[in-house]
Design a protein around this ligand. Structure first.
Ligand code: CUA
Length: 336
């Protein structure tokens, strides 16, 4: 019955159902929704009828109200109990399914930080857009480096908090690929939101989910692991800049507005800027050179540009390799 309901209303409230969980989640949601709507209408209708039928009239003597009606009381206890039991049974068993990934699930480590997503794959590749294979269980191991975030993919109907100082996990089987060759209307990648208010740029903590068939996924994975190879450093640097989320906080078009948490980075190479060094209260001037960039990446709070908050996350070598910093430096030099 749940799946019939789900078919009937799959697009009424939600995006298309793109995981094996989605139909069941929607089915239960719709069941609760229509059940509530039915009882709302029924109760209000009876209430209105009683108001009209039994309102106080001139010359009409009140009757004593009935104190007890066994049949009625049993009915209004047993029927709701059955309905609530049904909701509990489906909710709880589905919840358990969603908590327990199959043992052979493909594992991706998800790191949430203000305000980017970082996905790490078993071969060492990283990305800030999520790529997964179709039709295969994928388990996400979630962590947060700073504050509470929440990993939410509406098309898959999965949502799980990313909590500092601990791991959480969730998993999914994607039903269909995105992009060329998708078997339904879903040619566009799915949205991935942060669903827990995590500070100023929470609303921009958005990325995309791409689902590939296995062969395409393997090709993508291989290229993602070695993405700096065989291309000019500034081009690789641009990719690293976007992949690692730098572009979320630093404009490269000179936009210095509060839309970007960090200062713009174009046309800055070799020029001085005023910074406040850690432990100091007075500004000093430093030139943007290779070592300044490296230090700003590895220890963002060592020198913070005057007028900016110390909000940049730290990029240790796990998160950003030395050759990626070198490539980013080449890219920054090229930005006019
Ligand atoms: Cu991260 Cu909201």
């Amino acid at each position: 019955m749940l799946s019939i309901l789900a078919e009937a209303s799959s697009s009424l409230f939600f995006p298309p159902e793109q995981s094996t969980f989605a139909g069941e989640v929607d089915g239960l949601f719709d069941f609760i929704y229509y059940l509530s709507a039915f009882f709302f209408v029924a109760i209000v209708a009876v209430m209105v009828y009683f108001v009209l039928r039994y309102h106080r009239r001139q010359g009409h003597v009140e009757q004593a109200s009935a104190s007890h009606n066994e049949v009625l009381e049993i009915t209004w206890s047993v029927i709701p109990s059955i309905l609530v039991g049904f909701i509990f049974f489906f909710g709880f068993t589905k919840y358990l399914d969603m908590r327990e990934p199959p043992e052979d699930a493909y594992e991706i480590v998800v790191t949430a930080s203000q305000w980017t997503w970082d996905f790490k794959y078993p071969n060492g590749a990283t990305s800030n857009e999520l790529h997964i294979p179709v039709g295969q269980p994928v388990r996400f191991v979630l962590q947060a480096t700073d504050v509470l975030h929440s990993f939410y993919i509406p098309a898959f109907r999965i949502k799980m908090d990313c909590v500092p100082q601990r791991y959480t996990s969730t998993w999914v089987i994607a039903k269909d690929i995105t992009g060329e060759g998708a078997t339904n209307e879903t040619h566009t990648p799915y949205d991935l939101f942060c669903a827990e208010y995590c500070g100023k740029d929470h609303s921009r903590m958005i990325t995309k989910v791409y689902v590939h068939n296995q062969a395409d996924f393997d090709v993508w994975l291989e290229a993602a692991a070695n993405y700096l190879e065989g291309i000019p450093p500034e081009q690789g640097g641009e990719m690293a800049f976007k992949k690692k989320g730098c572009a979320g906080c630093h404009s490269v078009t000179g936009d210095a507005s509060a839309k970007f948490a960090g200062p713009p980075l174009n046309g800055q190479w070799g020029t001085p800027r005023n910074v406040i060094a850690r432990g100091s209260s007075s500004p000093e001037s430093v030139v943007m050179d290779e070592n300044y960039v490296r230090e700003s990446v590895r220890e963002p709070n060592a020198k913070v540009v005057v007028g900016r908050n110390p909000v940049m996350p730290m990029f240790d070598p796990q998160r950003l390799k030395d050759e990626e910093i070198t490539a980013i430096i080449a890219y920054l030099k090229s930005l006019k």
